[in-house]
Design a protein around this ligand. Structure first.
Ligand code: ADP
Length: 603
């Protein structure tokens, strides 16, 4: 991205603050004029004092001059301070406003993108965050630099240079002659720092990441007694960091030294030249100080040049990744105009092929009909494509080929948000937000009151357990056990109360008692709704109205439990394996014996 392009992209963000920008520019102009007052005052003072001395006059005659000069300088300082404050404050105000707007835009865009966007390599959770943060940060540095550094400093330099030329062309030429050397040194410095600074940042990130990982993996590290190994890894990182830090400092010190040296040569040249001109009676003695001070105004901003150049480079590098995020228009979730007001809830997949953005083809020519008001089970080994079917039904992804219909209309034609309002989704592992239990259940219906939340928790067999916690509904939800968190997800479903329900192994992380309880409450909610359930639990499958068996991305069998069982196909295999894993024969024998005992005692 070129600097020009960045300015073009930033323009709409800065536009609302036109007045502020104009005010800041005006202040900048005033500030740069005020900065030139000192050289003039000093020249006048020196020349006047010289005149007094020449006429053998002393303090008595000089006093009014001193008072006038002091008042003038004080007045100028007051103006200067106010100008600087205004300039910094308004510059900062523009920066903060623009940065807030940029971040808000990024969040808005990212939330609107489809799931595939997050799976993209550059957009994984941490990376996306870094890209946004870095992008905004470096763009803001650019804006800040412009208003607080570049503009004031360079306005100063240009005004000072013009005055030098007007005062004496030769001195002006000497001042200009030093500049290219200075520019060249700054450019070299920035260039040398570029690589090492980036390396330094990478190492810093790796180090802080490393620490986070260490804490996360503490249990594994300790159980495998890998403390020494991990420490060694950290030490190496630390050593690299140290080397990179030293290298950066070295480059900085070397070039800063060279720049100071160049500046001093400039000053010496100006002293020699002005002294010569004074002796030659071309200019007054006060002009020596006058030119040195002006030259200082010229060289001061250039001292900052390498930093400004550096940060500009950063902006060029990182803004591209950032604007790519804002521009990923094709990643925006598609939506349609159809509002699902009177849904019956019949889904049809006709010859559906689907490939994940990663390239894995998860569905091949799948034909499934999910009837309204009935319970359809999807059965199959792990990786068969069951969750993928649900992903398509939720419109998280669109099929590559084939038709996906809801009540006879293409699913793509439905308004995506309105459709999802009608769907309840419970997964094997559900996300629990940072916050209280109450807040987490309320996610189902944002304006639900506590009574409704408690009712939902009761239906999910969670209420009694919550009441035993010290802070009850105000307890931290992330501290709950896996099974309890699962019930929060189910309570959310009860609260949302949607006509269509997708359950993806909803009881997989629950213990037997909880599974039994949840099964009962799910039975209750299933009535009259369209339900798709994925489960490894036979009990939840056998009652389904229709079962689809999936194998390697294909729907290979379908029918009721009895029909499929008699077919002696894939379903039968899975069913028998599940039964064996439960050791059903032995269980049955135990239960029969138990029944006999009871019968004996009764007899
Ligand atoms: P199941 O639910 O039957 O266990 P899935 O539908 O989750 O199976 O997965 C089907 C195939 O798609 C698997 O090969 C899996 O690796 C792949 N897959 C699942 N989710 C993704 C994803 N987000 N990105 C890429 N591939 C995926």
């Amino acid at each position: 991205m070129s600097l020009w392009e960045i300015i073009r992209r930033l323009y709409p963000y800065v536009r609302p603050y036109r007045g502020l920008v104009f005010g800041t520019l005006l202040l900048t102009l005033v500030g740069s004029l005020a900065a030139q007052v000192n050289p003039f005052v000093l020249r006048y003072t020196v020349d006047t004092v010289q005149g007094l001395l020449n006429r053998n006059q002393g303090l008595a005659q000089g006093l009014p001059l001193l008072l006038a000069v002091s008042a003038l300088l004080l007045g100028k300082e007051i103006i200067n301070t106010s100008v600087q404050f205004g300039q910094k404050y308004y510059g900062e105000k523009i920066r903060i406003n623009v940065s807030t707007q940029l971040s808000e835009d990024a969040v808005h865009k990212v939330l609107g993108y489809q799931l595939g966007f997050y799976a993209d390599n550059g957009n994984q959770t941490g990376k996306l965050q870094t890209r946004i943060d870095r992008g905004v940060e470096s763009l803001m540095k650019l804006v800040q630099n412009f208003f607080i550094d570049i503009l004031p400093l360079f306005a100063n330099a240009v005004v000072a240079l013009v005055i030098m030329f007007f005062a004496n062309v030769y001195v002006g030429l000497v001042a200009v002659a030093v500049l290219p050397v200075y520019f060249w040194l700054s450019y070299r410095q920035a260039d040398r720092l570029n690589g090492s600074r980036r390396a330094l940042r990478g190492l810093r990130e790796a180090k802080s990441q490393g620490l986070v990982n260490l804490i996360d993996s503490a249990v594994v590290i300790k159980s495998f007694v890998r403390e020494a190994y991990e420490e060694e890894k950290q030490t190496r990182l630390q050593q690299d960091l140290q080397a990179a830090q030293l290298e950066t400092r070295k480059v900085n010190f070397r070039y800063d030294g060279l720049k100071t040296f160049t500046e001093s040569i400039g000053v010496v040249l100006i002293i020699v030249l002005t002294a010569y001109l004074v002796l030659d009676r071309q200019i007054s003695i006060g002009a020596i100080m006058f030119h040195i001070l002006l030259f200082n105004n010229v060289s001061a901003p250039i001292r900052q040049l390498h930093r400004i150049y550096d940060e500009m480079n950063d902006a060029l590098t990182y803004s591209e990744g950032f604007f790519d995020i804002l521009d990923a228009a094709d990643a925006t979730e598609p939506t349609g105009a159809l509002l699902p007001d009177h849904l019956r809830g019949t889904f049809e997949l006709r010859h559906v092929d689907f490939t994940y953005p990663s390239g894995t083809q998860a569905l091949h020519d799948v034909n499934i009909t999910i009837e309204a008001g009935k319970t359809t089970a999807l059965v199959g080994l792990s990786g068969a494509g069951k969750s993928t079917v649900i992903n398509l039904l939720c419109k998280f992804y669109a099929p590559d080929r084939g038709a996906l219909l809801l009540d006879g209309q293409p699913l793509a034609d439905y308004n995506t948000h309105a459709l999802r309002q009608q769907i309840g989704l419970v997964l094997q592992k559900n996300h629990i937000f940072k916050g209280t239990i109450e807040e987490n259940i309320r996610y189902g219906v944002m304006d639900a009151d506590l009574a409704q939340i408690q009712a939902a928790a009761r239906q999910a067999y969670l209420h009694d357990q919550i009441m035993q916690l010290p802070k009850q509904y105000q307890s931290d939800a992330q501290q709950l056990s896996g099974g309890q968190q699962q019930r929060i997800a189910i309570a959310r479903l009860f609260l949302k109360n949607p006509p269509i329900i997708f359950l993806d192994e909803p009881t997989a992380s629950l213990d037997a008692i909880a599974t039994e309880q949840i099964k009962n409450s799910l039975e209750a909610i299933k009535q009259g709704r369209t339900v798709v359930i994925i489960s490894h639990s036979l009990a939840q499958i056998v009652d389904s109205d229709c079962i689809y068996v999936m194998q390697q991305g294909r729907a290979v069998e379908s029918g009721t439990h009895e029909e499929l069982y008699d077919q002696r196909g894939t379903y039968r295999e899975i069913f028998d394996a599940s039964a064996r894993s439960l050791n059903i024969e032995k269980l049955a024998r135990v239960m029969v014996d138990d029944g006999d005992d009871v019968a004996d005692t009764a007899g």
